[in-house]
Every structure is written in structure tokens, then in C-alpha cells.
Write a protein that binds this ligand. Structure first.
Ligand code: GTP
Length: 712
């Protein structure tokens, strides 16, 4: 039966864990909050932590597995399961120890979360950038803390009936409750604001980086255009000079050499006639080598830099190619047609731009810490920054890769390194690509995240201090009041030396009032108890007295007499002190009662008792009413003859008394039996009594109003 009940409970709990898990999974799959690059916040775990605090460990582990399943499916990485389940177990342990949710999660991330994530991304994802690794780690931790902050803030709004009895937390201290609520209400907004700020800061950094690359590309393009235009212009000027005068071959060679010296960007220059024959060349040392070569070798009729100006009568900028004849440097040939006033094609002037001279482009760019690649239309490299270690003329194509840390800019990989880039095309169809290492961007993310973490830590420490103080301000006066109240110490006129509040002052007033009433009540109770105790003691005394005193005659009754006499009897026997025990009985008392009534009878008994007290006054004399009209006398010390004499005197005294009775007087006599111990004390008390009783009967039998004495 018991087993069946617990089975039902666990099935219900697991079912709920499943529901929480599915909600978490849906959130993780469809409600993703994008962050920098392809980083994003997953909030599905909010349901897992909620499940933990409301339903306990096992449903939460189930919820965690379901929620994380999406992530594991997407990435194929089972480590996420381990990390998620560990988080739940650690949180559960710390929460049961009374650690606040937010602090418990921070502890998890510092102790386990960050190290596990570090190992995962290092060994499974093979992320090489240390900066980016830091970004991922911090992002994961911030994600975790954000989730618990949300749960902690939602917790007070979760209906109590949703909490399973099994996880019912112990009633926390008020100060802890106030502390937790204040901390949560500070930390979550702080976290969201910080995330928002750092996100927009990162976005700005990306924009800046994009602009920098764009500007750099534009600069390079304009520099290149100017550079080429400048050299084209120089060729046009040369064309004009060549047309103006009728130069001899030597004069033209000198002119061309001079020109080449002025425009040092040209590695070589040449002039060809309308049939494509080189008629001048520079520098002289190269031209001299081919000058004497056969005409076919000096013809450039098949070259584009000749064919295009000839056909289209316009300037021409070539693709990159390796020079021939004049050397084998990678060159770009630019040429203009020589046209007479009738636009008749007379030949071309050509210059080969020295590609190594492109270095000047980079040098000309102030504070440039990026790289550059310039390609022609055939995707062959015209120029690339030396650090990239690429060769001019190499075919090079950019293949974009999926960026991990930016979704704004394209990125490609070159020799194992990733580069952000921006590319644009010049008028001549050249592609200019400006490159930047992502470390600047990642460094900025890292910087942002670090700043975010420091701000959060600062806020955490500050809010810890402030909220502790705040919660103390609320609870300390209450604690003081309650402690004083419980210890019955007087409640002060001010609740505490800490700043107080209206409500607490009101509580203090009421407690003071309650304490006053309690004290007053206690005082009156004490007084009442004292009175009652005194009364009880009095009654007790009375009862005690009543138990040993005869009510009518106010002398000892039988009990009181025996209690007083018994010890003295034993002591006297031990010390062999003479003792006398006498029993006195009123003669014909029935007749007195019958004749004069019981009241007169009582008066007679009272009279006898009074006389007994007066007659036997020594400390060692004891008298008592033994019962009915019977009295006893116990005498010790002195001698027994005197005892008998005293008793005889007493008999006479009573015989001489007159008790008033309804205008008359009643006369009484008594009979006495006396037994004394003088020599032989070997007798028990009751035996002594019966001896005296026997002697009393003798007195009665011998005519009454007499005394019969005997001793041993
Ligand atoms: N008034 C009064 N009478 C009492 C009291 N106690 C006992 N008596 C009466 O004392 C009488 C004793 O009578 P008995 O024992 O017959 O003896 P007696 O009449 O004195 O005769 P003897 O002893 O033989 O001389 C009874 O009538 C009792 O009712 C008492 O406290 N007050």
C-alpha cells in the first residue's frame, strides 16, 4: 500500500518534470536571444531551475535532460548533459544548506561551470582564440546567472501550492528573505542593463570595425586609381611630346629614359610603332639587350596593351602578368595610343607598373595595422601585404566561412588564420580586399564582457552590503523587540539604535503595551497566589491543629496527646524517670445530659478541661480529652506520690465545682484510675493505658468519685 502511494507520487513528480523539460526545450529552440556574433542566450533552463525549487531534484534532472536535449542534438555534444545535470545537483545541495539561489549558481559557475565549459570548447570545439574562449566562458556564466536571477525574481510569484511538500524549505529568517528579495531585484535589472549596454557596445565596435575596413578599402581604391591615372597621364604627356617633335631613335631613347626616371613607378617603359614594333625602351640596360634582337622578337602586336589601344584608341590597364624580355617581375602594363590630329593610330607608349612599389600604398596609410590583397579580374594577386605570405600572380579566391563571433561582417580563413574583410572593385575591375584580424573585435567583446563581469561583481558586492544593511534595518529592531519581550526585559522607548520605521514603532508600542499588561497580570497573579498560599497555610495550620486538638475543650485530643506524649514516654522509660498515666471519667454523665441537656453536658466537659489545664501547668504535664467524657493526664519527673496527690487534689477540685445550668447548678464528680512507673519501666504504652483503665474501673466499681493508684 505504502509502496503504491510513493509510486504514484514519484510518477506525478516525474510527469511534472517532463512538462517543465518540454517548456524548457521549446524556449531553447524558439526563444533564443541573440548576443554578439553567433553567441546567444538560452533561457530554457529557467524552467529547469523552477522545477528544482518547486518539485525537487529528480524531476529537475529529468527536466534538465529534456531541455538540454535540443542543444545536444544541435551540437552532437553530450558534455552539455553532464554540465546541466551537475549544475542541478550542486544547486540542490547548496539550496538545501540554505545558500541563496543566486549565490549558489555563482558558486557552481566559478567552481565547475567555467572549467567544464573551458575544457569543452578547448578540446571539443577546438577554439584556438584565447580571447574568444574567454568571451564564450563569460557568456556561459552570465547566461547561467541570468537564468537564476530570473527564477529568483519569479519565485515569490510562484503559488505556494505549486511547491511539493518534499522540497518545502525551512522557514527562513526574515533578514534572509529581505536580503534575497532585495538582491534579486537589484541583480536582474543590473544584469539585463549590463548585457544590453555591452551588446550595444559590441555592436558599435563591429560597426566601427566595418567602417574602418570600408574606409581602408575606399582609400586603397582611390590611391590605386590615382596611382594608375597618374601614370596614364604621364604616358599621355609622353605621347604628346613624342608627337610634337620628330625625334631620332637615340633622342627618343634618351627622352624615354628621362621619363622613366621621373616616373619611377614604371619598372620599364616602351614605345611601339603602329605595327607593334618596339622602337624605344627604358631602362637602357634592358632595352640594349633586345635592341639588336630580330624584329619578330621586338614585336608586341599580340599583347593586349598594344591590341586594345590600337583597336579602341583608348588607354589600357592590363591584368597582372609576368614580364617578358625586360625581366620577369610581376607587372601591370598600362598603355595609351599615339594618335595624330586625325586620330590616326601611330603606335603606343607603355609603362609596366612595378608591383613591389605597391608597398607604398600601405605605407601611405597612416596607423594601418590591417592587411590588403589586390587582385585583378582573373583573381590573380596583383599585390598582398608581405605578412600574408602570398605570391603575386597566384590565383586567389576568397571563400567565406561561417563566422562564430560576428554576424555583421564576412570572414574567411587563410593559412589557418581567420580574417574579417571588406572588398570593393576599382574602375579597372581590380578587387581590393582590406583585412583585419578578428582579435581586435574579440578583444573588444572580451573587454566588454570583462567590464560587464566587473560591473556585475561590483554591483553584487555593493548590493550584498547594502541589502544586508537594509535587511538588518528592517529585522534588527524587530529581533531586539522580540528578544527583550521574551526575556521580560523592559522594552525601550526606541526600538533600536538602527534607523527604524513607522510599522516597527507601532509594533514596539503594542509590545510595550502587551508587556505592561503581562507584567501587571503577573503581579496580580503573584499577589493572589500569595494570599491564597497564606490562606492555605492558615487552613493547613487549622487542620493540623484540628487533627490534634479537641474541638470542644480546646485541649489535646487523643491523637494530639499520643503524638506529644509517646516520645516523652519512651525517653522517660530509657532514663527511668518516674511517670504517671491517669484516666479520668465523669461520673453519671449520661444523667447530666439527660437531665440538663447536652449543652450543659458540654459546659461541664469544657469546665473540666479548663481546670485540667490550670491544674497541670508544668512543661512535662500533658492533659487531653481522650474521648466522650473521658480525660487523660500524663505526668513525668518528680515522684509518683506527688503525682497521685495532684490528681486527688484535682478530683476534689472538680467535686467542689458548680456548673451553671438553666438557673441552677450542676455538680460533678470524677473517677480516676492512675498507674505510675517508678521502678520497672519495662512496659509498653498501650499496656500502661490499659493498666490505668483497669484502675478507673476499680474506682467506678468502688462507688465512683474516687482515685485508684497503682505502680510498678
Ligand atoms: N454533653 C455531652 N455528652 C457527651 C459527650 N460525649 C459523651 N457524652 C455522653 O456521656 C455519656 C456517657 O455515659 P456512660 O458511658 O453511660 O457513663 P455515665 O453515664 O457517665 O456513667 P458512669 O461512667 O458509669 O458513671 C453518654 O450519655 C454520652 O452521650 C459530649 O461531648 N457532650
Amino acid at each position: 500500500m505504502k509502496q503504491a502511494v510513493s509510486k504514484t507520487i514519484s510518477e506525478k513528480a516525474l510527469l511534472l518534470g517532463g512538462v517543465y523539460g518540454i517548456l524548457g526545450l521549446i524556449t531553447n529552440l524558439w526563444f533564443i536571444i541573440p548576443l554578439y556574433g553567433n553567441l546567444s542566450l538560452h533561457l530554457g533552463e529557467v524552467f529547469v531551475i523552477s522545477c528544482l525549487i518547486t518539485r525537487g531534484l529528480y524531476p529537475a534532472i529529468l527536466a534538465s535532460i529534456i531541455t538540454t536535449a535540443g542543444l545536444v542534438y544541435e551540437t552532437g555534444n553530450y558534455v552539455f548533459f553532464i554540465s546541466a545535470i551537475l549544475e542541478i545537483i550542486i544547486l540542490n545541495t547548496l539550496l538545501r544548506k540554505g545558500v541563496l539561489l543566486l549565490l549558489a549558481d555563482a558558486v557552481f559557475w566559478v567552481m565547475l561551470g567555467i572549467p567544464i565549459t573551458y575544457l569543452t570548447i578547448k578540446y571539443i570545439y577546438d577554439v584556438t582564440s584565447v580571447d574568444f574562449m574567454q568571451v564564450i566562458l563569460l557568456k556561459q556564466a552570465v547566461n547561467g546567472v541570468l537564468i537564476v536571477s530570473i527564477v529568483a525574481l519569479l519565485k515569490p510569484f510562484i503559488p505556494l501550492r505549486w511547491f511539493s511538500a518534499a522540497v518545502e524549505p525551512e522557514v527562513p529568517k526574515l533578514s534572509d528573505r529581505v536580503f534575497e528579495l532585495s538582491l534579486n531585484s537589484i541583480s536582474l535589472p543590473a544584469l539585463i542593463i549590463s548585457l544590453f549596454l555591452s551588446d550595444s557596445a559590441a555592436d558599435n565596435t563591429e560597426k566601427q570595425m566595418e567602417n574602418v575596413l570600408k574606409t581602408r578599402t575606399e582609400y586603397y581604391i582611390s590611391y590605386l586609381t590615382n596611382y594608375v591615372d597618374y601614370h596614364l597621364k604621364s604616358l599621355r604627356s609622353l605621347e604628346a611630346v613624342v608627337l610634337e617633335d620628330d625625334f631620332t631613335d637615340d633622342e627618343r631613347d634618351v627622352l624615354l629614359n628621362k621619363w622613366n626616371k621621373i616616373y619611377s613607378g614604371f619598372i620599364t617603359m616602351l614605345i611601339a610603332n603602329q605595327s607593334g614594333l618596339i622602337i624605344s625602351g627604358s631602362p637602357a640596360e634592358f632595352y640594349n639587350n633586345i635592341k639588336s634582337a630580330p624584329e619578330e622578337k621586338r614585336r608586341i602586336v599580340d599583347r593586349d596593351y598594344f591590341k586594345v589601344p590600337k583597336a579602341e584608341l583608348r588607354g589600357y590597364v592590363s591584368e597582372v602578368f609576368r614580364g617578358r624580355g625586360f625581366g620577369d617581375d610581376p607587372i601591370v602594363a598600362i598603355s595609351v595610343p599615339i594618335l595624330d590630329e586625325n586620330k590616326k593610330f601611330l603606335g603606343i607608349v607603355e609603362g609596366s607598373l612595378n608591383i613591389p612599389k605597391f608597398e607604398n600604398i600601405e605605407e601611405s596609410m597612416p596607423d594601418s595595422d590591417g592587411h590588403i590583397i589586390i587582385k585583378d579580374q582573373n583573381k590573380n594577386i596583383i599585390y598582398s601585404s608581405p605578412e600574408l605570405d602570398l605570391n603575386a600572380l597566384d590565383h586567389f579566391e576568397i571563400v567565406d566561412i561561417t563566422p562564430t563571433f560576428t554576424n555583421r561582417m564576412p570572414i574567411f580563413e587563410l593559412k589557418g588564420e581567420q580574417y574579417l574583410y571588406h572588398a570593393d572593385t576599382t574602375d579597372y575591375g581590380w578587387r581590393v580586399v582590406a583585412l583585419a584580424e578578428p582579435s581586435i573585435l574579440i578583444g573588444s567583446y572580451g573587454h566588454n564582457f570583462l567590464r560587464l563581469t566587473i560591473i556585475l561583481l561590483f554591483i553584487a558586492v555593493l548590493s550584498l552590503a547594502v541589502t544586508r544593511r537594509f535587511s538588518k534595518q528592517i529585522t534588527k529592531p524587530l529581533e531586539n523587540l522580540v528578544r527583550n519581550f521574551a526575556a521580560h526585559r523592559p522594552i525601550q522607548d526606541s526600538a533600536s539604535n538602527i534607523q527604524t520605521s513607522l510599522e516597527i514603532e507601532s509594533v514596539r508600542e503594542q509590545l510595550k503595551e502587551a508587556q505592561y499588561l503581562t507584567l501587571e497580570y503577573q503581579e496580580s497573579l503573584k499577589r493572589e497566589v500569595e494570599i491564597k498560599t497564606a490562606e492555605l497555610m492558615k487552613m493547613n495550620d487549622q487542620l493540623k491543629k484540628m487533627s490534634i486538638e479537641d474541638d470542644l475543650t480546646k485541649i489535646f485530643n487523643r491523637r494530639g496527646f499520643e503524638k506529644s506524649v509517646y516520645e516523652i514516654f519512651k525517653l522517660s522509660c530509657r532514663n527511668k524517670t518516674p511517670i504517671t498515666f491517669a484516666i479520668l471519667d465523669v461520673d453519671h454523665f449520661k444523667a447530666v445530659n439527660d437531665t440538663w441537656g447536652h449543652t450543659v453536658g458540654d459546659d461541664c466537659l469544657v469546665m473540666i478541661a479548663k481546670e485540667l489545664k490550670e491544674h497541670f501547668q508544668r512543661e512535662t504535664d500533658f492533659v487531653a480529652r481522650y474521648g466522650g467524657e473521658e480525660f487523660v493526664v500524663f505526668l513525668s519527673g518528680g515522684n509518683i506520690d506527688k503525682h497521685c496527690r495532684m490528681l486527688e487534689e484535682f478530683r476534689k477540685k472538680i467535686a467542689g465545682q458548680k456548673v451553671p445550668a438553666n438557673g441552677n447548678f450542676v455538680k460533678l464528680t470524677i473517677s480516676i484510675g492512675v498507674y505510675s512507673l517508678e521502678n520497672d519501666f519495662n512496659i509498653g504504652y498501650h499496656h500502661l493505658v490499659s493498666k490505668a483503665d483497669e484502675l478507673l474501673y476499680q474506682s467506678k466499681n468502688n462507688g465512683r468519685n474516687r482515685i485508684t493508684c497503682d505502680s510498678q
